[in-house]
Design a protein around this ligand. Structure first.
Ligand SMILES: Cc1cc2nc3c(=O)[nH]c(=O)nc-3n(C[C@H](O)[C@H](O)[C@H](O)COP(=O)(O)OP(=O)(O)OC[C@H]3O[C@@H](n4cnc5c(N)ncnc54)[C@H](O)[C@@H]3O)c2cc1C
Length: 402
């Protein structure tokens, strides 16, 4: 029995890739520059195929010790199963109208990043924008060094991004802010702890994350829904709350649809690795930012961000920003944050134990969350349905290839 369980572990980077858990985060490229992150069936995947050279020790796709790692990094006073370790919760709204316009939520991530640049606390911000060299948009990670470059990156990219590939281009003498998804921030933390690279990331910002769908969704919207060939602009959301998906073709024609309703027009399912993720709010980041989906806020029609300050460094920075009058600020309780993320947290925290248990019963490999998952909800029959639908979808996915 022990041997079977051992065989089921994700013990090498090749096992992560072959089991569909590679996130294309870019760490394989950071470790060996000649490893490429390539697009495969709409996802970003490492093309590393040699013997594991310590890759697995830093790979976020394989899972991470989310509770103990968070405890070690943050020394925080509060712990919640849903939100991880933290010191403080707040609602914020950027007081910079230009930043608020293209923001997904209350512009928290971009306002914090700009403050870091303007104060000289960082030389560059690692962020991600859409570029239009392919027939349909694809995300490109770059280093923003001023306000204009930060604005170009605004808006959520609900698709794969290879944020950590850029680590191979960073200068040892410079300081950076890293903006990424929870798994990318976790990948950076593992990489930093295990390989101790000469890279100076002074602040990590994670978005809350309910997962994403692969590039075939963007292609579907561009070609099949908007019926455009070439595209010069794409956004998943922006222009107010909750915002719009907007696609502009090469001759300036626009197609728009409200967020999150557009998801109903998509046949593409959530990325495979996201289905087995338990990191709903970026538990290893210094600061985590998300939407404030609670009635008393959505009723105002205004854009606000929920932010989680996880450690003292984050709190110090935040109080400097309040002194500089960069944010409107409001109160939010732990229960309200959890309630505002109900869908995300139900899937990632409450139902995950049973989902992963079924995979294990079927002798399939899963990411390792150490002791981080609690058996607190869900039904085995529902999880069986999810797994079956994923299986059928993977067999049908050929239909979505263009
Ligand atoms: C895949 C995904 C899933 C999400 N799921 C949820 C959810 O379930 N619940 C919730 O409340 N919020 C979720 N969010 C977060 C939310 O959509 C906003 O990104 C967040 O509130 C920050 O908004 P803002 O106005 O502070 O930032 P903005 O001013 O809009 O700036 C956003 C910054 O994030 C960077 N960024 C955007 N997408 C990516 C990406 N995929 N990879 C790396 N960097 C990126 C941009 O480059 C930019 O610098 C999700 C975001 C993503 C990317």
């Amino acid at each position: 029995m022990f041997k079977i369980i051992e065989k089921m572990e994700l013990k090498s980077i090749n096992k992560v890739i072959s089991n569909g858990y590679c996130l294309g985060c870019g760490l394989c490229h950071a470790i060996e520059k000649n490893t490429e992150i390539v697009e495969k069936n709409g996802n970003l995947v490492s093309n590393y195929s040699k013997k594991d050279r310590g890759h697995i020790a830093v790979c976020p796709g394989a899972g991470y010790d989310i509770v103990d790692f968070g405890k070690r990094i943050h020394f925080a006073k509060n712990y919640s199963y849903e939100l991880g370790w933290y010191n403080e919760l707040n609602l914020v709204q950027s007081l910079d109208a230009t930043l608020l316009k293209k923001a997904s939520s209350g512009g928290a991530m971009t306002t914090i990043s700009l403050f870091m640049l303007e104060k000289g606390y960082a030389d560059g911000v690692i962020c991600t924008k859409y570029t239009y060299d392919s027939p349909t948009p694809r995300p490109t990670t770059y280093i923003a060094r001023n306000k204009e470059e930060l604005i170009e990156a605004q808006g959520s990219k609900y698709c794969p991004t290879s944020t950590l590939s850029i680590l191979s281009q960073l200068k040892t003498e410079e300081k950076y802010v890293l903006i990424g998804t929870p798994c990318q921030i976790a990948g950076w933390r593992k990489y930093q702890e295990v390989l101790n690279p000469s890279i100076n990331i002074v602040l990590t910002l994670a978005n809350f994350c309910g997962g994403y769908r692969d590039f075939r969704e963007i292609d579907h919207f561009v070609h099949n829904v908007a019926k455009f060939d070439g595209v010069r602009y794409f956004q998943h959301r922006g222009d107010g709350v909750p915002g719009l998906m907007k696609i502009v073709n090469n001759s300036g024609r626009e197609w728009k649809y409200p967020y999150p309703k557009y998801a109903q027009l998509s046949p593409i399912q959530k990325n495979n690795r996201c289905v087995y993720c338990i990191d709903a709010t970026g538990e290893l980041a210094d600061i985590s930012c998300g939407d404030a989906w609670i009635k008393r806020i959505t009723d105002t029609g205004e854009a606000w961000s929920t932010i989680i300050l996880r450690n003292k460094r984050a709190q110090k920075l935040f109080s400097e920003m309040l002194e500089a009058k960069l944010f409107n600020i409001g109160k939010i309780t732990e229960n309200e944050v959890v309630e505002s993320q109900r869908l995300n947290i139900t899937s990632k925290k409450y139902r995950q134990y049973k989902r992963i248990k079924i995979k294990k019963i079927l002798l399939q490999r899963v990411p390792d969350w150490y002791d981080g998952i609690k058996n607190v909800g869900g039904f085995y029959v529902d999880e069986c349905k999810i797994l079956l639908s994923k299986f059928v979808h993977s067999k049908l996915s050929i239909l979505y290839k263009r």
